[in-house]
Design a protein around this ligand. Sequence first.
Ligand SMILES: NC(=O)c1ccc[n+]([C@@H]2O[C@H](COP(=O)([O-])OP(=O)(O)OC[C@H]3O[C@@H](n4cnc5c(N)ncnc54)[C@H](OP(=O)(O)O)[C@@H]3O)[C@@H](O)[C@H]2O)c1
Length: 445
Amino acid sequence: MTGERTPYQEEHTDQSELIWRTPGSGSQPTPPAGGGDLVPLTDLPKGAEGGLRVPRIREGASVGCTCRPPRNARIAEKPFEARGCSGGRSDRERPRPGGGLAREPGGRGGRAGRARSLARSRSSRGTMDGGVAGLPALGALVGLGLLLRVAWALSRAARPHLLAARGRGAELARFGAWAVVTGATSGIGRAYAHELAKRGLNVVLISRSLQKLKQVAAEIEEQHGQSTRVIEADFTQGSEIYDSIQTALQGLEIGILVNNVAMTCTKEPVHFLDIPNIEKTLSDIVNCNMLSVAKMTRIVLPQMLTRKKGVIINLSSEVGRHPHPVATVYSATKRFVDFFSRGLEAEYHSQGILVQSVLPLFVSTNMTNNIIPNRYIKTAEDFACEALNTVGISSRTSGCLSHSMQSFFYELLVPEWFLFSSLGFKCTLALWSKLKTRMPSLKHE
Ligand SMILES: NC(=O)c1ccc[n+]([C@@H]2O[C@H](COP(=O)([O-])OP(=O)(O)OC[C@H]3O[C@@H](n4cnc5c(N)ncnc54)[C@H](OP(=O)(O)O)[C@@H]3O)[C@@H](O)[C@H]2O)c1
């Protein structure tokens, strides 16, 4: 075709569309049976809309139709079909027997119609070309957006700890003379009690073993020079213990309550039905981990509200963020603590009460079989110190920078669906086997 181009075609190579003009075509459109010239669409006389459309001719390219009827050639009734050619017509335009073009219903003819369809095809071609060319730019934009989101979330996770390290946390002694700590005889509770005394508060220690209580109280008085009181109570006993606790706390100006006491069902993760002595263990863990938090808050909060200041710190856990198979009940109780804290914070913040939900990862205590600390696993003392620095800065925290970063990347990289897939479950068990090698008290059993 390129070799056969007429002078007219040469002249109009950059015309976007040409149409056949048949001899004698004027106001009435006629079919191309009698042959004709190629004329640009824009040159058509008004009303000569019936001409045949031929594909756009581009420089160096052949037109869509390869069988151009020769000038003045006599073409039979169905010239183009007879040659197996559509002549570059749109599907809606079919030659009518006897001449002219029949339009199928819905077809829009005329100069305006063709101009519209031309514009449409141009714009769609333009969009496709532009779209393909724009893909890398779009990809880069999306990538940049994601990167910014991650950077923003990361800075949000780290910020409270950076502020805390610069001493921007609340001055704890100003909330009241006394702090109350449940489960204060070992682990994180004991460390909180020491740290609070170090910061100038007297401490009420509550736990189930009087002997241990007296020992910790003596340590605190000796090391920090603050007053202490001890209350012996077993939090697995349910509602009945709280009247005596309330009586023992009467008259104290309690500025800080640390709801720390908790237990796990077993020392090692097990399936739900493998929990030993399951009936008793279930009610014990609910009483100890959940009821204690709500009941202690009920006792202490009213006098905080009267003074319009106070801090309630509730120990939840990282496993309270997501369901945690093989520690299912414990993780569910920690979820309660987190939700309770967040709701309470919203209710009472405006009345001067700070409620903080603390969600640690691994801390080396009896609960974690005294797992050997490293940069990811904190000692109880380091953890309590860092976590107390965040009071007044963050109402929901992993407690320390290391745990916040671990929690952040865990959330980012491990989707919840994976955790509950069979592969995710196997990974959880494998992680536990690995961690057990760092737990001296388990290895000895
Ligand atoms: N350790 C971690 O890695 C970790 C991680 C996330 C969250 N947490 C949370 O941090 C808090 C403290 O954990 P922890 O590791 O320090 O635990 P822990 O070492 O087992 O200490 C628990 C404390 O609670 C007391 N206690 C236990 N059962 C009690 C009961 N029925 N009645 C009264 N007192 C009771 C214990 O007293 P005895 O000495 O008499 O047993 C001990 O003083 C818990 O809320 C836990 O869920 C811990």
